[in-house]
Design a protein around this ligand. Sequence first.
Ligand SMILES: [Zn+2]
Length: 340
Amino acid sequence: MIPLVEVDLEAKAPKLSDGGAFSATPLVQRVDPLFGHSCRIVAGAKLQPEQSPNLGEITDRKGFCPFCADTIDSATFPFPTEMIPSGRISKGACRVVPNILAYSTYSAVGIYDPGRHFLSLSDFTFDILNDAISAMAEHGRLVRKYDSRLSYSSINANYLPSSGSSLIHPHLQSSHDFVPLGSQRRMAEVFDQYFEENRSGYLDDLVLQERVGPRWVGSIGSVDYLVPFAPSGFHEVWGVVNGATDVVDLTLDQIEDLAHGIEKILGIYEAKHLSAFNYSLQGLPHGEGGNGAKMLYRITTRSSVEAYYRSDITYFERLCAEPMIDYSPEVWASELAAIF
Ligand SMILES: [Zn+2]
């Protein structure tokens, strides 16, 4: 049994409708047993946008864009052919190019569609997502073959500036290192210890436990989707990929099951006027995390891109390791479950 601990913080605050009299206000703290952070789930806060932001001002192409079809060949470099035999990777509309910004031993950028400078959330169709993840996984397989020191891979994305993205043209990124990301290190430690103590996989047991509960979203083929008990950000969703432990092991079917799920999640983000997001698909090298290790996909929204909209990273998130969440994970899961 995975412990899901919730503490009632017994908040007391003046009530506007009662002349400022102090009264009990719902507030709970929850701890995420996998990544270790706690979060507090607040009631009554209105941190999410009432309407969709007007994106035209930032999404219209105004000048040079290295990822647009007319410039991508001159603005990006091919891979060395000893690393990627064809020098370039593409699948469907997606193009994969080396990342100029060295944030990993090897990293690549996948441009979902060089032909379209901007993709709205509803433009992320199954084909766009499936081709992009497939192309990034193919790059991962080739680069891991090229340099045998590498064993930690992930496929990640920022979307729009409030998520950390420096370019508007939608893209995804990968990291291939010989050391784990902090989250991969944590997954390896927790999975290992859990397997030692329970002889079963942490994510297997989480899915078994949550499948019958209020945070269950649904399964699409090999991927089980759920809302985490203690989210790290707004409107977070997890996808547990069954049958794969590492990015380089992903099969076409597993990628399709992810693409179908992400298409649905981005669709509901758009319907809820949410605009920016981050996601990360992470695995572990073979043998790490015990026999029950699996890949985990996580996606969360970020602040609206409206001018001067408040950041979703306050001192709580940045310095206190305790995100403040203004939605109920259980209500959010029921909204998702209705479309899965
Ligand atoms: Zn562009």
